[in-house]
Design a protein around this ligand. Structure first.
Ligand SMILES: *Cc1c(COP(=O)(O)O)cnc(C)c1O
Ligand code: SF4
Length: 344
């Protein structure tokens, strides 16, 4: 019954969008998925196209317009462009770079559920993303096996119900907010009926990539759950935070969410002290606290983004000279088999 009410509410709430403003779903389906168009739109010379085609064969290019608009024209070194443009280097196969660097395949007690750490589980709420980040450790993830329908969620929900040590459900993906609000409202309703669950965490890049994703339908189910809400965004560079992102963050906060951010330390994107300090400052202006700064997971196709541990440690040590403690992200690596992320 409650589910019906939520659905009805999300369907009747009028969009804030005017006629000429596409919905987030339209923006997603209109995303640029052709390396040639990406190069043309950004005024990149044809020299980049051959490499882009090679990278695209390995992992599809996908860049929505709202993100593209934050990329400088004709600048191959733009830090946002580096995150999304496929390169020929992705075909390299250096030693130690693998398809499943986190060995997640071994921690799936139920379809769509990963339980590696005490007290919290990851739920793969959507196999899709709104953007394809070239360094992503999920670029080889077997998503077709891990995007359950409602009936298939029962196994994961039963697992959660039966383990009273679990206090937090983390919606992950892909990007969980790529799922529609009807599904998400249903899933959250199932989760909040489990008495020992206290927190709902959402790991998402969508409010950054397409800020219009934070619409009334999403805010409806988010605001109404009894669970404490944490939204962990994924932002790697201050240029990603434009006014639309600031506004989307304000809406999430208004719905009662605590906002955190995780970044990945990436060569030629954010591997210098000024860039990292500016990112933390800008995050806080948008109401977001830095949480993790991840070193790159050794996923095949992403080796050109790697920053060695010694350099990462040095960068973070220098960062401390610029920032208050509460704006310092924790530098971590995910090591398979460990009980938590490992501080460096
Ligand atoms: C990162 C991660 C979490 C969350 O870890 P926190 O340190 O609580 O942010 C939970 N489960 C898995 C499988 C993870 O990779
Ligand atoms: S949004 Fe996140 S999960 Fe999706 S491609 Fe980017 S880093 Fe990977």
């Amino acid at each position: 019954m409650q589910e019906n009410i939520i659905i009805a509410a999300s369907e009747t709430q009028s969009h804030r969008h005017s006629m000429d403003q596409p919905t987030w779903q339209q923006q997603l389906s209109n995303a640029i998925r052709d390396p040639q168009i990406l190069c043309e739109r950004l005024g990149l010379s044809r020299d980049w196209l051959a490499g882009a085609q090679i990278g695209h064969e390995l992992f599809d290019v996908c860049v929505p317009e709202a993100y593209l608009n934050r990329i400088a024209y004709a600048d191959i070194n733009d830090p946002l462009l580096r995150q999304v443009i496929p390169l020929g280097e992705e075909a390299l196969t250096p030693h130690g770079y693998v398809d499943d660097p986190l060995e997640e395949a071994q921690h799936r007690p139920a379809k769509g559920l990963i339980h590696k750490y005490a007290g919290r589980v990851l739920l793969i709420a959507s196999p899709n993303c709104a953007i394809n980040c070239r360094y992503c450790f999920r670029r080889h993830f077997p998503y077709s096996d891990n995007s359950p329908s409602r009936a298939q969620w029962q196994e994961a929900l039963d697992y959660l119900r039966s383990d009273t040590t679990i206090h937090e459900a983390i919606l992950s993906g892909g990007d969980p907010l790529a799922a529609n609000d009807r599904q998400l409202a249903w899933l959250v309703e199932q989760l909040e009926s489990i008495p020992h669950l206290k927190r709902l965490r959402i790991h998402t890049r969508l409010p950054v990539v397409i800020p219009d994703r934070v619409d009334d339908a999403l805010l409806g189910w988010l605001a109404s759950t009894r669970l404490q809400k944490v939204v962990v965004l994924h932002i790697n560079h201050a240029n990603e935070i434009d006014q639309a992102v600031v506004d989307a963050c304000a809406r999430l906060k208004q719905a009662g969410a605590t906002l955190l951010n995780q970044s990945v330390l990436l060569r030629d994107v954010n591997d210098d002290v000024t860039t990292l300090a500016t990112l933390s400052e800008r995050l806080f202006e948008a109401g977001i606290l830095p949480y993790y700064l991840h070193v790159l997971d050794p996923v095949q196709g992403a080796a050109h983004f790697d920053v060695p541990d010694s350099e990462a440690r040095e960068l973070v040590a220098q960062l401390r000279d610029y920032l208050p403690g509460f704006l310092m992200p924790r530098l971590v690596r995910e090591i398979p088999g460990r009980e938590s992320k490992t501080p460096l």
